[in-house]
Design a protein around this ligand. Structure first.
Ligand SMILES: Cc1ncc(C[n+]2csc(CCOP(=O)(O)OP(=O)(O)O)c2C)c(N)n1
Ligand SMILES: [Mg+2]
Length: 351
């Protein structure tokens, strides 16, 4: 895949602050997170195929550098919100892998107490606000998070992710209009994996690049290569700096590719095996691994050990999920929103 274009020229991007160079241990941590997500998804696939995970299940294989790279430039109290392909974002935000796997299994130990499933991970303590099944539905919600962050005088920002299909939803444009008007500290990230279910981007979206849409709102825009975690980090950092220092929104398009079907129920008849095999050769984990080796930051053996550890962790999460109990029937009446249950950090007296 060719490298993504540099910043789109209508961008009012901030070039003053520079992305700090990572320490070797931090680089290895990024590798670890991507590998953790890959193994988690492979286990989820196994759970679904064996009938233990039911309902919807959208996997993230191939897209790991997007969630890990972009979330890695955030502060811990910044907000993250995404669509239904949400396992990676929760894990990159630091959610417990056992609780995530248990959510897939519909168990009470899950991050949404087994009542959300794959599409509805949630972890308020990690400032992760879901996991949303309505295409584009998380974008007005994310815009609301950014509005609250600004209104309450916090210096926090929001990353709101969507797919390349979601950018065509009306509510996305309504939200972007308000974010530009009200100068909200939000970064809209389009994860362009080239498909909306079985429809290729060429058949679903007019206008290339998708960041052109930002021009209508005089909003900053930037593209990144989603197979290169360093590029994702650098570009997201620019957008986050603009949001944090000038309270300006940005539309990002991160070019990526998903290796597996849209969901576990997708037979995948709309693209060729050759296409997938070719794209797998540009794997974000392998690219980063080669870079770490070239920079002599790690050895082949040490990275293989991380891989094995991540596999063992995914297996442990799987075992934990299987052994966990189902939610009691009465829990169906719990966790229903009331004013007293509002998220504490968005209460007016909270800073
Ligand atoms: C409002 C709405 N319309 C249709 C659907 C059915 N649907 C689920 S996923 C999807 C495709 C979205 O593709 P994209 O935004 O590119 O995200 P990706 O799955 O590639 O991550 C569609 C049409 C839905 N969930 N919500
Ligand atoms: Mg897509």
């Amino acid at each position: 895949m060719p490298a993504a274009d540099p910043a789109v020229k209508n961008a009012k991007t901030n070039t003053s602050s520079r992305l700090p160079e990572l320490q070797p241990a931090q680089k290895i941590e990024l590798f670890r997170q991507m590998v953790q997500i890959r193994h988690f998804e492979e286990k989820a696939k196994q759970g679904f195929l064996s009938g233990k995970i039911k309902g919807f299940c959208h996997l993230y294989n191939g897209q790991e550098a997007v969630a890990v790279g972009s979330i890695s430039v955030l502060n811990e109290d910044d907000a993250v919100i995404t669509a239904y392909r949400d396992h990676a974002h929760a894990l990159a935000r630091g959610s417990d892998a056992n609780a995530c796997m248990a959510e897939l299994f519909g168990k009470i130990t899950g991050c949404s107490r087994g009542k959300g499933g794959s599409m509805h991970f949630f972890d308020v303590k990690k400032h992760f606000y879901g996991g949303h099944g309505i295409v584009g539905g998380q974008i007005p919600l994310g815009t609301g998070l950014a509005y609250a962050q600004k209104y309450l005088g916090t210096n926090r920002v929001t990353l709101a992710y969507m797919g390349d299909g979601a950018i065509n939803q009306g509510a996305v444009h309504e939200a972007m209009n308000l974010a530009a008007l009200w100068k909200l500290p939000i970064i809209y990230i389009i994860e362009n994996n080239e498909y909306s279910m079985g429809t290729s981007i060429a058949r679903s979206s007019a206008g290339d690049p998708l960041t052109k849409r930002a021009g209508a709102f005089d909003m900053a825009a930037i593209q990144a290569n989603g197979m290169d975690i360093d590029d994702v980090r650098a570009k997201t950092f620019e957008a986050v700096s603009l949001a944090r220092t000038e309270s300006q929104p940005t539309l990002m398009e991160i070019k990526t590719y998903r290796y597996l079907g849209h969901s576990m129920s997708d037979p995948g008849t709309y693209r060729s095996k050759d296409e997938i095999e070719t794209r797998r050769k540009n794997d974000p984990i392998e690219i980063y691994k080669a870079r770490l080796l070239e920079q002599k930051i790690a050895t082949e053996e040490s990275l293989n050990a991380i891989d094995e550890e991540a596999l063992a962790q995914a297996q442990a999460a799987y075992d934990f999920a299987e052994a966990s109990p189902e939610p009691e029937l009465e829990t169906v009446y719990e966790d229903i929103w009331t004013p007293e249950d509002q998220i504490p950090e968005f209460q007016p007296n909270h800073r």
